[in-house]
Design a protein around this ligand. Structure first.
Ligand SMILES: NC(=O)c1ccc[n+]([C@@H]2O[C@H](COP(=O)([O-])OP(=O)(O)OC[C@H]3O[C@@H](n4cnc5c(N)ncnc54)[C@H](OP(=O)(O)O)[C@@H]3O)[C@@H](O)[C@H]2O)c1
Length: 285
C-alpha cells in the first residue's frame, strides 16, 4: 500500500476503509472482512455510533496495532464556555475506550462548528502527549483552514472533505499543498449520487483499462495525491476498491474526468445557516 507523509512525518496509507452509515450491528463483520481483504487504514467517528464494533473487529483480527492506521473524529462539543478543552479530552478518552485502543493515529475535528479553537488546543495537547499521532480537521473550507493555521501552533495534518468527480476541489487542494495539509476525500463515489457508477466518461475510461468505474475514481483520486476511504459492506467490492494500483490514467483521461466537476456539493453546504444549526444541534458524546 502506498503511504503519504503527513506534515509531522507520520506515514498514512493513501487508501483506507470508511464505516459511515454501516449499522452498528453490521460493522464488526464488515471491518473484519475489510481487514481480511488487506485494508490497514480505518476511518470512523464518534458520531457514527460504531467505534465499539470497529474496536471489536481490530481485536478479533489479531493484527499488530503498529500495522494499523485508525482515524476517529470529535463531534461538536457543547460544554459551557471555558470547559470545551476538558470536554474534548473526555470525548477523546471515550473514543479510545470504545475502540479498545491506547492511541489514535489521526484525530479529526469533524465539523468547523462551535468552539473548535478550544477543541484544537486540546487536540494539540493530545498530540504532544502521544495519544493522537496526528491531528487534523474535516469539512473546513479554505478560509476557516487558513484562520486555524494562522492562530495556532500546530497546523492540521489532514483536512477530510467531500471530494469526488462531481466536486473535485482542485483549488482547495492547491491551498492545502501550499499550507502543508494533506487532502483526504470523503464520499469518493458521492455515495453513488448523480449516476456516478454509470457515468459514460468514467465507464469508457474503465473499459479501456479493464477496470470498474469505482476503480477509475479511486485511481483518479490517488493519482492526484488524495487519500481515499471508500465504504462498502460487500467483500467483492472491498477487494475491488483495493485493486487500483496496477494501472495509470493518462493525462488525457485525467483531463476528461476534470470536465465532470460541478464545483458544488452533492450533499449539502457547510455554510448554509439551516445546516449549521441542524448539525450544531446534534449531540454525540
Ligand atoms: N468527515 C465527514 O464529514 C464524512 C462524511 C461522509 C463520509 N465520511 C467518510 O468517508 C467514507 C466514504 O464515504 P461514504 O461512505 O459516504 O460514501 P462512498 O464511499 O462514496 O460510497 C459508498 C457507497 O458506494 C457503494 N460502493 C462501494 N464500493 C463500490 C463498488 N466498487 N461498486 C459499486 N458500488 C460501490 C457502497 O455500497 P455497498 O456498501 O452496498 O457496497 C455505498 O452505497 C465514509 O464511510 C466515512 O468514513 C466522512
Amino acid at each position: 500500500m502506498q503511504n503519504v507523509t503527513l506534515n509531522n512525518g507520520v506515514q498514512m496509507p493513501i487508501l483506507g476503509f470508511g464505516v459511515y452509515q454501516i449499522p452498528d450491528v453490521e460493522t464488526q463483520a464488515a471491518v473484519e472482512a475489510a481487514l481480511a481483504a488487506g485494508y490497514r487504514h480505518l476511518d470512523t467517528a464518534a458520531s457514527y455510533g460504531n467505534e465499539e464494533a470497529v474496536g471489536a473487529a481490530i481485536k478479533a483480527s489479531g493484527i499488530a496495532r503498529a500495522d494499523l492506521f485508525v482515524t476517529t473524529k470529535l463531534w461538536i462539543q457543547h460544554a459551557p464556555a471555558g470547559s470545551v478543552e476538558e470536554d474534548t479530552r473526555r470525548s477523546f478518552g471515550e473514543s479510545l475506550r470504545r475502540l479498545g485502543l491506547d492511541y489514535i493515529d489521526l484525530y479529526l475535528i469533524h465539523q468547523p462548528l462551535g468552539d473548535y479553537y478550544s477543541e484544537w488546543r486540546a487536540m494539540q495537547k493530545l498530540n504532544q502527549d502521544g495519544l493522537a499521532r496526528a491531528i487534523g480537521v474535516s469539512n473546513f473550507h479554505p478560509d476557516r483552514l487558513v484562520d486555524l493555521i494562522d492562530h495556532n501552533e500546530v497546523a492540521p495534518a489532514v483536512n477530510q472533505i467531500e471530494t469526488h468527480p462531481f466536486h473535485q476541489r482542485a483549488a482547495d487542494q492547491a491551498l492545502m499543498v501550499e499550507r502543508g495539509v494533506q487532502i483526504e476525500s470523503w464520499g469518493p463515489f458521492a455515495e453513488g449520487k448523480n449516476g456516478l457508477f454509470t457515468n459514460p466518461i468514467l465507464s469508457a475510461i474503465g473499459g479501456a483499462h479493464g477496470k470498474s468505474v469505482a476503480q477509475v475514481v479511486l485511481r483518479w483520486l490517488t493519482q492526484r495525491g488524495v487519500v481515499v476511504i471508500p465504504k462498502s459492506v460487500r467483500p467483492d467490492r472491498m477487494a475491488q476498491n483495493l485493486d487500483v494500483f496496477d494501472f495509470t490514467l493518462s493525462d488525457g483521461e485525467m483531463a476528461r474526468i476534470a470536465t465532470l466537476d460541478t464545483g458544488v456539493s452533492q450533499f449539502f453546504d457547510h455554510r448554509d445557516p439551516a445546516m449549521v444549526s441542524w448539525l450544531g444541534g446534534r449531540r454525540y458524546s
